[in-house]
Design a protein around this ligand. Structure first.
Ligand code: FES
Length: 176
């Protein structure tokens, strides 16, 4: 789930941050997940540069860092869109339509295989765990990249997803 991002000092690069985070955790492999969590809480994803620096600082292969980062669903390897559309894949939502809604949304937005964000960087589509409001299944939550905005939708269908997309495109157009 998207979190409120920390304020990033202007001069901080992903590499510099990764260096500081590695030092903070004593450059110990056992703290790798904590380090990745800290980097993601700043950027909303794990920039490649930061992963390279972490691997270097811990003296382990980059592939080892990537294996951990891809194993856990909490980590993102690409910069999320302005809006992250999270489709609940809990049992009720999965059975009542979100498996199909997920495929529909990816196709409708033209998201390429292996990616989760549209090429214009506006929308990301992700699977999520139960939101705790199963009576509204299937449920979708839209969250802004910085976590400052979130909105929940129940009884979601492909038609409703089209309206949700239009609503957020309009919201973005107003902001720009
Ligand atoms: S299963 Fe989707 S909100 Fe609980």
């Amino acid at each position: 789930m998207a979190q409120l991002l920390k304020l990033i000092p202007r001069e901080t690069t992903p590499g510099a941050l990764a260096h500081d985070v590695a030092a903070k955790y004593g450059r110990e492999r056992r703290h790798l997940i904590r380090m990745l969590q800290e980097i993601q809480s700043t950027y909303g994803y794990l920039p490649q540069e930061a992963l390279r620096v972490i691997a270097n600082e811990l003296r382990i292969p980059l592939t080892e860092v990537l294996t951990v980062a891809t194993f856990y669903h909490q980590f993102r390897l690409e910069k999320p869109g302005e809006f992250i559309i999270m489709l609940c894949m809990g049992t009720a939502c999965h059975l009542r339509g979100n498996a199909a809604n997920y495929e529909f949304l990816r196709t409708y937005l033209g998201i390429k295989p292996g990616r989760s964000t549209t090429s214009d960087g506006v929308f990301s589509v992700e699977k999520a765990r139960c939101f705790g409001c199963c009576s509204l299944a299937p449920v979708v939550m839209v969250v802004s990249r910085d976590g400052s905005y979130r909105k929940l939708y129940g009884g979601v269908t492909p038609a409703k997803l089209r309206r949700i997309i239009a609503e957020h495109r309009a919201k973005l157009a107003k902001k720009r």
